[in-house]
Design a protein around this ligand. Structure first.
Ligand code: NDP
Length: 306
């Protein structure tokens, strides 16, 4: 197993290593920290005989069999089958786009309300969600269970949400949510340990300059990014940019529904790299189990022993 070395800018173990408490993974009634959960999963794999390499796979050649896997340490590995579980990376803002966002990352700023929303720092406090898609609405509604008020920051100058109508209706029906139209955070404020406010810029057509007259301060204890994810599938693309197996328009690997089969025989996909809908540790782990079973059966039926 190649677990990556700071692949997509995240430590081996993936997105869960960047979260605090995971409250919805079965078997941990009091929750478990993301890094600890990943460490336990890693130990379990090693215990059952997996050899783990802390290297990143930079590209693959699926046109030949066995498949060629090119690893960042310059070693080529050949494999009859592959399970791709490279995940997705939540989009975040840089310090250039949102001043001091790196200072308050995981000190109020998160990219996963479901993972972090129940933390004591957000309970009974006002928080903000950035985005106007289905994810943003889902996160905002989830946060209403814990926060005193949820401010949805929507940058669209035409006051339009990208989310589906049914989700918009659910959002509008919730009295705890306030939509902050034409609002883009440009600075995070806090005491150095925890954030306590955002400076918002007015993005409406009437206010295109960025001087102080077009900004306001919103007191919030949290900011949750919900501005989309990028699936980690770049390594599957040829130099021409063409993917070697079918991806959907957002770049996620297409699998045959109800299975982990991709459009290339012998290549299986599991977890967030093929799932933009559920994105939970438990659903990813379940699809990993599906891929292991599919792969094992495929190898057996093709006469490979392992
Ligand atoms: P979307 O691409 O649909 O929406 C992203 C949102 O973030 C948009 O409102 C966009 O604004 C905003 N945004 C993007 N970049 C920035 C930025 N730099 N600063 C501020 N705002 C920004 O992503 P989602 O993750 O919401 O959804 C992805 C897909 O998954 C969709 O197809 C969605 O329908 C699906 N999904 C379905 C769910 C369900 O069915 N329950 C749940 C979650 C997702 P703008 O509009 O101005 O570009």
């Amino acid at each position: 197993m190649y677990e990556g070395f700071m692949a997509a800018g995240v430590a081996a173990g993936g997105q869960l290593t960047t979260t605090t408490d995971v409250e919805n993974y079965p078997g941990f009634p009091k929750g478990i920290s993301g890094p600890e959960l990943m460490e336990l999963m890693r130990d379990q794999s090693v215990h059952h005989g997996t050899t783990i390499h802390t290297e990143t796979v930079t590209s693959v050649d699926l046109s030949q069999r066995p498949f060629r896997v090119i690893v960042s340490d310059g070693i080529d590995v050949y494999a009859h089958s592959l399970i791709i579980a490279t995940g997705a990376t939540a989009k975040t803002l840089s310090d250039k786009e949102l001043k001091d966002s790196s200072v308050y990352w995981q000190r109020g700023i998160s990219a996963c309300a479901v993972c972090d929303g129940a933390a004591p720092v957000f309970r009974g406090k006002p928080v903000a969600v950035l985005g106007g898609g289905d994810s943003a609405i889902e996160e905002a509604l989830f946060l209403t269970r814990y926060a005193s008020r949820v401010h949805l920051l929507v940058r669209n100058p035409e006051k339009k949400l990208r989310a589906s109508k049914v989700m918009q209706e659910r959002l509008l029906a919730n009295p705890k949510v306030k939509i902050e139209w034409c609002s883009m955070p440009i600075e995070v404020r806090g005491d150095g340990k925890l954030m306590n406010a955002l400076v918002l810029k007015d993005t409406s057509h009437n206010h295109i300059s960025s001087d102080d007259t077009n900004t306001r301060v919103l007191s919030v204890s949290g900011l949750f990014y919900a501005i989309g994810h990028v699936p980690n599938t770049a390594f599957l693309k040829l130099d021409s940019g063409e993917p070697q197996l079918d991806l959907d328009p957002s770049g996620y690997i297409k699998t045959i529904p109800g299975t982990s089969y991709t459009t290339v025989e012998g290549v299986f996909a599991a977890g967030d790299v093929q799932d933009k809908r559920y994105r939970q540790a438990v659903t990813a782990a379940g699809s990993g189990c599906m891929a292991a079973l599919d792969c094992e059966r495929w190898l057996e039926s093709n006469g490979f022993s392992f």
